[in-house]
Design a binder for this molecule. Structure first.
Ligand SMILES: [Zn+2]
Length: 214
């Protein structure tokens, strides 16, 4: 199997998991993975838990269809813009509930848990633009600078990774962080971690304790 066909296979696996975990309703999300100048992407209008590898189109980085009978997801321009401006090898976009709640009510998700650092700290909400447009792709590129995730105003969330697994786990983490924040608001005012507290976490992670052997 070629590398790109392996990625098409992975799109089916993670597409299925995204639906199973409730991150995506039917076809309301899309995934892609890159190999060299080629990008395998989920097709437009097919539920992500009904995919077969052959259904997943392959486009080149300029957006020309290289393989497949179905049209690529309408959000493919956004995926390509992200590949063009980051080192990402995979992109996951969903309309998961808590991420969408934050994206419809706030301009950024403040770091209330240190795991937010795995996504780059504060998660910014990209300015609203119609789905599938170059404007939306540009807004996301700006919000994503130096980060692994962004939210999209009145729309959903997007994450990147060096592999599809990483991008998928980043989407799960983004949704968890948004859920903690939103549920926190129903109990009180979520406390945001300070820059010093976050810096201390980075420092701690860089110097893990070594437990001596007996
Ligand atoms: Zn969308």
């Amino acid at each position: 199997m070629t590398a790109i066909d392996q990625l098409r296979q992975q799109l089916c696996e993670y597409g299925g998991r995204a639906v199973e975990l409730g991150l995506v309703l039917g076809s309301s999300g899309n995934l892609s993975a890159r190999h060299g100048d080629l990008v395998a992407v989920t097709p437009s209008g097919v539920a992500l838990d009904r995919l077969t590898p052959e259904m997943c189109p392959v486009v080149d980085v300029e957006g020309y269809l290289v393989e497949g009978d179905l049209q690529p997801s309408s959000e493919t321009p956004m995926h390509l813009a992200i590949y063009g401006s980051t080192t990402a090898q995979a992109v996951v976009h969903t309309h998961a509930v808590f991420g969408t709640v934050v994206a419809t009510t706030m301009t950024e998700l403040p770091p209330v848990h240190y795991n937010a650092l795995l996504l780059g700290g504060v998660v910014k909400v990209a300015e609203y633009a119609t789905y599938g447009t170059p404007e939306l792709a540009a807004n996301i590129r700006t919000a994503m600078e130096g980060k692994q995730a962004a939210l999209m105003a009145n729309h959903g969330g997007v994450t990147i990774g060096a592999t599809l697994e990483q991008a998928f786990e980043a989407t799960r983490l983004l949704e968890w962080l948004c859920e903690v924040y939103v549920r926190g608001l129903s109990v009180g005012k979520p406390v945001v971690l300070t820059d010093e507290q976050l810096a201390a976490v980075v420092e701690r992670a860089a110097n893990p304790p070594v437990f001596p052997r007996r």
